[in-house]
Design a protein around this ligand. Structure first.
Ligand SMILES: Cc1ncc(COP(=O)(O)O)c(C=O)c1O
Length: 484
């Protein structure tokens, strides 16, 4: 196919060149109806691309023209059997993957570190999760890879399991051995589904781990917006094999996406795919090189350490070099504090922090100046020496709580609110999910154990952000009274 084409951009241009009298939705009529508060700041050009399914612009839910071609071009670039553009992020991609693999009461293997959108998918589908623990680094306080042996054991115990849905790479860039996992899943007639929200760039550089489709994944969802050049909320869902039923996937995508998909988002996917097809290797090699320069500068700074692939090979099978995870724990600075200091004192904005680490996402669009500002700030902190504060160690992660109800049963069950301090031992009616990185400690339907309660209580007291509970201050918590 001709990867120089950008069918959606071209279709929009052909439509707008006619300057049609416009009686469709959206109401702003390309740019005339947008508030001048906004257009004065950003100009009007972009608003002409915010259109709907007008003449020649195709329909995401039944693509026959420009959108279909744009998706086929994407499939070719990523090596997929089929690709679908998503306007509701990888959130809806994960939901559609769950829905397409495991229905009511069917079992899905789910490592505990999956994004909350996987749980949302299970609420929609009624799937019964079988949880497994990935490796965990006590030293770094972050999740590692998923061991194939664990997955083999899970299938041996329960060959009825329909599939495995894991995240690889994780937020911190940790990859699992997808090739081995695919083999195991396929030998049990199950599917390998990969949340590749953080991995769309892996397909373009030899310096990075291999993408999921190249290793045998049956489906994967990618946040093109996170690591390449499309707009926030634009993602892709790829089918890697005929094991995924295309008709079922299409139907499920209709369930989880708007009937008014944004042409701005779709055009941005089209443009991002073009850049990847034509310049992808150069772009991603550059991202890897920038990250490597940052890493080698940070390695020279006393008191600051950087997560390195070789430091715990059993835990971190492979790392995406463009994710820079660093810690100033040895200087008595927690990850949360370091993130604030970097922004407040040095104007350096980073993606996320936890007790120990800060994560900087490095992409092809960063500059050497960005890297110098980050490493320069860390050099100042290193030079200032120890703060004298006691190092806060992450609490040991709580174990997997017992499941009393599936996520769907719990979600639709009547609930009542109890004071948070009385919630231990009760069936959770809502999720508890420190955010970022958005990994639930307890799912609806699980027993809120003492360990989970203590972990969350400390998190809450220290004022860190979390998602899930209706009571945002977590003074009360929704529980389910299970009827026998
Ligand atoms: C691992 C993981 N999966 C899925 C998502 C959801 O992706 P999106 O923001 O594209 O909906 C995120 C978002 O942060 C994520 O970190």
């Amino acid at each position: 196919m001709n990867q120089n084409r950008t069918p959606i951009l071209e279709a929009i241009e052909a439509f707008t060149e006619k300057r049609p009298a416009y009686f469709n939705i959206p109401g702003h009529r390309m740019e005339r109806g947008i508030s001048s508060r906004w257009t004065d700041r950003v100009g009007t050009g972009i608003f002409a691309y915010d259109l709907t399914e007008a003449a020649g612009l195709d329909d995401l839910h039944h693509p026959q023209g420009a959108i279909r071609e744009a998706q086929e071009l994407a499939a070719e670039v990523f090596g997929a059997e089929r690709s679908f553009f998503l306007v509701n992020g990888t959130t809806c991609g994960n939901e559609a993957m769950v829905l397409s693999c495991a229905g009511e009461g069917e079992k899905l293997l789910v490592p505990r570190n999956v994004h909350k959108s996987v749980m949302m998918g299970m609420i929609l589908s009624g799937a019964r999760p079988v949880y497994v623990m990935p490796e965990y680094s006590e030293r770094r306080g972050i999740w590692g890879s998923l061991r194939p042996e664990k997955i083999r054991r899970a299938f041996e115990q329960d060959p009825e399991i329909r599939g495995l849905l894991l995240v690889s790479p994780t937020y911190y860039g940790v990859c699992s051995d997808l090739r081995a996992l695919a083999k195991i899943c396929h030998s049990y007639g199950a599917m390998l589904l990969v949340d590749e929200a953080h991995g769309a760039h892996l397909y373009f550089s030899e310096k990075l781990p291999q993408g999921a489709l190249r290793q045998g994944a049956d489906m994967c969802a990618q946040s093109i917006h996170k690591v390449t050049g499309s707009l926030t909320q634009s993602s892709m869902l790829h089918l890697g094999s005929a094991r995924a039923d295309e008709g079922r996937v299409r139907a499920n995508l209709q369930l989880v996406q708007s009937t008014s998909p944004s042409y701005l988002l779709m055009a941005s996917l089209d443009a991002a795919r073009y850049e990847l097809a034509v310049h992808g290797t150069e772009m991603m090699d550059r991202a890897a090189e920038l990250a490597e320069r940052a890493r080698s500068a940070i390695r020279r700074l006393p008191g600051i350490s950087c997560l390195d692939a070789g430091e715990e090979p059993e835990t971190f099978r492979e790392l995406d070099a463009t994710r820079l995870t660093f810690s100033a724990g040895e200087l008595g600075i927690s990850g949360f504090e370091l993130q604030d200091i970097l922004y407040e004192r040095f104007g350096v904005s980073t993606e996320l922090a936890d007790y120990e680490n800060v994560l900087a996402v490095i992409t092809y669009a960063n500059t050497q100046e960005d890297i110098d500002r980050l490493t320069g700030a860390l050099a100042v902190l290193s030079g200032e020496g120890h703060t004298g504060r006691t190092r806060i160690r992450p609490l040991p992660l709580p174990g997997i709580p017992p499941m009393a109800l599936t996520p769907r049963e719990a979600y639709f069950h009547a609930k009542r609110s109890v004071p948070w301090r009385e919630a231990v031992g009760k069936i959770a009616g809502e999720m508890l999910c420190p955010y970022p990185p958005g990994i639930p400690l307890v799912y609806p339907g699980e027993i809120l154990t003492q360990d989970v309660w203590e972990y969350m209580e400390r998190y809450r007291r220290e004022g860190h952000p979390f998602h899930g509970p209706a009571d945002e201050r977590l003074e009360s918590f929704q529980i389910v009274d299970k009827k026998e």
